[in-house]
Design a protein around this ligand. Structure first.
Ligand code: ADP
Ligand code: MG
Length: 411
């Protein structure tokens, strides 16, 4: 299966006359083997719209959609050979699981033997043989969702499209179904596109993650690459819990090091060789504004001061059982509201320890774990991207993506 979207856009008519709502802008994606693609982003960023355009449930306003080399823009949904699973699984209430799964196939005039064969296979894969003759009202939410997946599997589609299929389930079942959908993906020979607003689902399930914001792709990458090398502050903040800490800083190259001035004039000196390659314009020996990001798990609490430590003041400590979140602030002796402070710090510890409020502690940043972003509206990484170019938000960084999608959007 080969899927390619080239500058796909969706423009809705707005409420006012001549008003246009751009729901998706210049979406570029290309996969040429089995992948578990996740579209992730906050509510309203255009995930469902993109999925529905792939399914054919929504017209494509601009751009091209190809499946196995064939232009699909004008092909009716039923001829696209894709299967879609929604949040509200929409099983027919008066039909048994068997009948629900068989229904679409009967409409396609598939022989009874073949229908039975496919359903038998599907229920084995999903472990729902015992549900075959039950109606939806006699099933739990998770069981219904499995039947809905079964109904998608028996159609032997070339592509599965899933739109937030787990968001109606409680947390425990969601975690369990996450694993089951991943297993299902591994058993089948078909790519999945999975829509979610949940970054944990994205990170645990995806082989490729597409991070979206306001209709625009922010980054397409493997999960580890998104975590290690976010292209902008939005992606950095969206992936990972608790969120990455961000500070307005000034940076300046001094000999072979970068001097970073943090809140309350705390100075961090990092050897350039310990950082990813920084764009040249920031290394001219002048002072530059930037945004520093560091994840809570990359800050250490240490016993005593040395040249790399900062003294900070604790506010609260949350014990989560396996880990502890320590909230602190660079500002000492001030009565700060941690939510409003631009110098607050969240530290994730894998030890169970207790810090009282207003305690002075020493912390240390993992120098190799520092992220730096431009202090302007783009908030892009100031690290050089692999190809050494200035980054373009809409440009995929994966080599699985073919050349032509990389071209600037046709206006
Ligand atoms: P997501 O699935 O990421 O939450 P959607 O794809 O549903 O987001 O919606 C993207 C944007 O398009 C939203 O701003 C939404 O309000 C808008 N939108 C969706 N459907 C329509 C429609 N039929 N008419 C006008 N605007 C729409
Ligand atoms: Mg949606």
């Amino acid at each position: 299966m080969e899927l390619k979207l080239i500058n796909v856009s969706k423009i809705y008519k707005g409420k006012k006359k001549n008003e246009e709502v751009v729901a998706v802008k210049d979406f570029n994606l290309s996969i040429n083997k089995k992948e578990f693609v996740v579209f992730v982003g906050p509510s309203g960023c255009g995930k469902s719209t993109t999925l529905r355009m792939i399914a054919g449930l929504e017209d494509i306003s601009k751009g091209e959609l190809y499946m196995d080399g064939e232009l699909m823009n004008k092909v009716e949904p039923k001829f696209r050979n894709v299967a879609m699973v929604f949040q509200n699984y929409a099983l027919y209430p008066h039909m048994t699981a068997y009948q629900n799964m068989a229904f679409g196939l009967k409409n396609m005039h598939i022989a009874k033997d073949e229908i039975d064969k496919r359903i038998n296979q599907a229920v084995k894969i999903l472990d729902i043989e015992h549900l075959l003759h039950r109606k939806p009202k006699a099933m739990s939410g998770g069981e219904r969702q499995r039947v809905a997946l079964g109904r998608a599997i028996v159609r032997t589609p070339r592509l599965f499209l899933l739109d937030e299929p787990l968001s109606n389930l409680d947390a425990k079942l969601r975690a369990q179904m996450r694993v089951e959908i991943t297993k299902l993906y591994e058993k089948l020979d078909t790519p999945f596109i999975y829509v979610t607003h949940d970054q944990v689902e994205a990170m645990t399930m995806g082989t490729i993650i597409v991070v979206m914001r306001k209709g625009i792709i922010q980054q397409i990458d493997r999960p580890e690459a998104l975590y290690d090398f976010p292209k902008n502050r939005f992606v950095a903040g969206f992936i990972g819990t608790p969120q990455m800490n961000f500070y307005e800083v000034t940076i300046k190259k001094i000999r072979q090091s970068l001097q970073i001035v943090l809140p309350e004039n705390n100075v961090l000196l990092v050897a350039l060789k310990d950082l990813k390659k920084i764009k040249d314009k920031y290394l001219d020996g002048q002072e530059h504004k930037a945004i520093l990001g560091i994840r809570p798990e990359h800050i250490q609490i240490v016993e005593s001061a040395d040249k790399d430590t900062f003294q900070v003041e604790t506010s609260i400590c949350e014990n989560l059982g396996s880990e502890t979140l320590v909230y602190a602030d660079f500002a000492l002796g001030k009565d700060l509201n941690i939510r409003e402070s631009t110098s607050s710090i969240v530290i994730k510890r894998y030890e169970r320890d207790v810090f009282l409020a207003k305690q002075k502690i020493f912390i240390k940043f993992g120098k190799k774990k520092i992220h730096l972003f431009s202090n302007d509206e783009k908030e892009e990484t100031i690290y050089k991207t692999e190809d050494g170019e200035t980054s373009n938000n809409n440009k995929p960084s994966l080599n699985v993506l073919s050349e032509e999608v990389i071209e600037e959007s046709s206006k």
